[in-house]
Design a protein. Structure first.
Length: 219
């Protein structure tokens, strides 16, 4: 079996993981549009013209044993590969996503990572992963005049926010908390309603929000 000229790599610091089996396709999404890209056409992919933070998702599997479908022979065990990715997530630091032979070399956060028993052989592990382009930003400080007779409520009421076109939980969290990685606070406070609105949020937590939707913003 002819091997692909492309290699999929995830890394954090000195720790690296090369995916043993290439996904059939990757999905590249942003606040404007979604594009499904066949892996065989990766040489034509460019991110330059797509505005906003990009979200990359794909599915594949970690085989228990080497077979011709794998891209290289010294493949990691499914348990080791899964443990590596979960360790990176717990570190709460971005990872680097690289596809050789293309211009894709992106610093990302791991938004979600799910795995299950494989479909081919006992011991294989199927997985779905969602990555989001990571951009550092410093919140702007705004000087406000002190209110001399302002009354402070004894207990702050939960804020609400109406979703606008192009919004993501990542951006909303940065706006309210000054920290994009706090998006899970908003997701946890609105999980039931968001899943009811779109069951795709079960697989991609918080990814599917819609203009006009009201979200609770916990303090």
């Amino acid at each position: 079996m002819t091997k692909s000229v492309y290699e999929f790599w995830l890394s954090q610091g000195k720790d690296k993981l090369r995916l043993p089996v290439l996904p059939e396709a990757i999905d590249i999404a942003n606040s404007v549009q979604n594009d499904s890209v066949k892996v065989t056409g990766l040489g034509e992919v460019t991110f330059i013209e797509e505005p906003g933070a990009k979200e990359i998702s794909f599915s594949s599997f970690f085989p228990k044993r080497y077979s011709p479908i794998a891209e290289y022979q010294s493949i990691p065990s499914p348990e080791k590969a899964i443990s590596e990715i979960e360790t990176w997530m717990k570190a709460k630091k971005p990872v680097q996503f690289l596809i050789t032979g293309t211009t894709i070399n992106v610093t990302c956060s791991i938004e979600s990572f799910n795995y299950s028993e494989g479909d081919n052989e006992i011991g294989d592990r199927n997985f779905d992963i969602v990555l989001k382009e990571y951009k550092t930003a410093s919140p702007r400080k705004i000087k406000q005049k002190k209110k001399t007779k302002a009354k402070r409520p004894s207990k702050a009421s939960p804020k609400t926010y109406t979703v606008k076109k192009g919004d993501t939980l990542w951006d909303i969290a940065g706006r309210f908390y000054g920290n994009h990685t706090e998006w899970r606070k908003i997701w946890n406070a609105n999980k039931t309603a968001m899943i009811k609105r779109s069951k795709r949020n079960i697989r991609q937590p918080g990814h599917w929000i819609f203009p006009g939707q009201k979200l609770k913003i916990p303090q």
